[in-house]
Design a protein around this ligand. Sequence first.
Ligand SMILES: [Zn+2]
Ligand SMILES: [Zn+2]
Length: 575
Amino acid sequence: IGPDGKMTAEAGEYEGLDRFEARQEIVKRLTSENRLLGTDAHRFSLGHCQRCDTVIEPYLSTQWFVKVGPLAEPAIRAVETGEVRFVPEMWTKTYFEWMRNIHDWCISRQLWWGHRIPAFTCANGHVNVTEEDPAACETCGSPDLEQDPDVLDTWFSSQLWPFSVFGWPKKTPDLEEFYPTDVLVTGYDILFFWVARMIMAGIHFTGSVPFATVSLHGLVRLAGEKMSKTRGNVVDPLVAIEEFGADALRFTYASSATSGPTVTLDRERLAGSRSFATKLWNAARFTLSQLEGKPRAETLLGRALSLPDRWILSRLSATAADVNRHLGEFRFDEAAQALYGFLWHELCDGYLEMVKPVLSGREGDDDAQEIARAVLERCLADSVALAHPFMPFLTEEIWEKLTGRPGTLIVSPYPEGDPGARDPVAERAVERLRALVTRVRNFRGERRVAPTEPVALSVEASPAETGEIRSLEPLLRHLARLSEIRFGPAGDGARRDVVSGVAVGLALPAGTAPTDREGVARRLSQVDQEIGELSAKLQNPAFLERAPAEIVEKTRRRLRELEERRAALGTAASE
Ligand SMILES: [Zn+2]
Ligand SMILES: [Zn+2]
């Protein structure tokens, strides 16, 4: 069969026939010669053209090949010695498997687009391959030369990219300055097509590997399907930007980029990212309105910070350290989630609520206000700086309003987190406060009473814990809307529970509402489920072996707490 799908001279009497007609003719001939034993329908796999669905026929043709073995050897060594490193590390094995079983590379393509093969054939059949187009045949001097009509495989051209962009083969200042590069970020599906070829070409043509680290991310899938131009199931980024915003799209990509092979994209995630952007914008507007024209502490050094101030600065520092660590490990998803958790749950839902009574002047003095403003300013500035790689437009806008220096966030130092701001005492105290507030809110839910209904809280704790809770008492009353707080054993009829290791009693003013037995049962089953999960985790040797000791300890603590809570709920259920 020839390239036109018709039979060639080798087919003898069938020459010139279309391949499908030729097959019919062969069957006819076999039949007429009485050589056909029978006809059966059967299923088999048959290659079809990806674009036009035509049946593919293999045929022999002359092509150009690259002898790859000698190129692969140093490229294998570069990864063995760690000169080039893959993230995630698991791709190293795939790379070695491919490279150690490599075949010569067919580089000629019968297409219109591409670099044309630099091979010229003279009238006498001599092939000339030279860097510059030859004027005459090197062998016989004939000026009658014809260039091969084929083009190079697109990956042959692409493998030159890391150095050709800098002007190679000229020794340009850019090539000198920027090559070899540091990091290549790409999809794992072209690890061999592109990445391995760049390593081979880089070593061959420049003597250096083209990059030190290759970060391989998963493929974006839409409802589980790989997006493909050919199939047309693609999300148009411009449409997504129109609907959700450029920052929301970018944040969604980052937060979905797990180390696995799949990046799942869907509308809920995009909508979630848009809400996150709005949350940050609103927090910024609130902060800016609080700062406008009002004095704030020049420095926080040596000032008497409140527990919430110390807590949020500690969390800010921890978050910055986490984000930096995750980015260093190319875990954009973990970095985005650390930021999301801090900004949404700790800064917006936590600190901003705690500091409102101070800012409004209902609690604390001028000093406390000035400090709170300075803390807010620091939190906002560092938060937008940390979030800048994920949401560049929104953060630059906020930064400009905050600092009055447009366009400077992108060149500002990236916050690394001040280890001196870490404050385990403040973290423990404020996190217990927040747990108590949550417990009181849930209690109202269980009793099906309005969120404004006053609740009396009793707390039975060690003297040290009692001291910590007392120091936050006005805030606890405010956030949990308590009618009363007592330190001592719970009174008769109070709902007992354990929150962050302290025994609490919760009660509504007499005669408010009956116990919500459904709510108790629901909470019991939730607690039971979590106990089951944590127990399984703690019995899993792999978890105990690999998880950091503090995580294991935290899990144990949580399990003990849940068991105490189950006991308390059991009592409530049998009331
Ligand atoms: Zn086709
Ligand atoms: Zn010649």
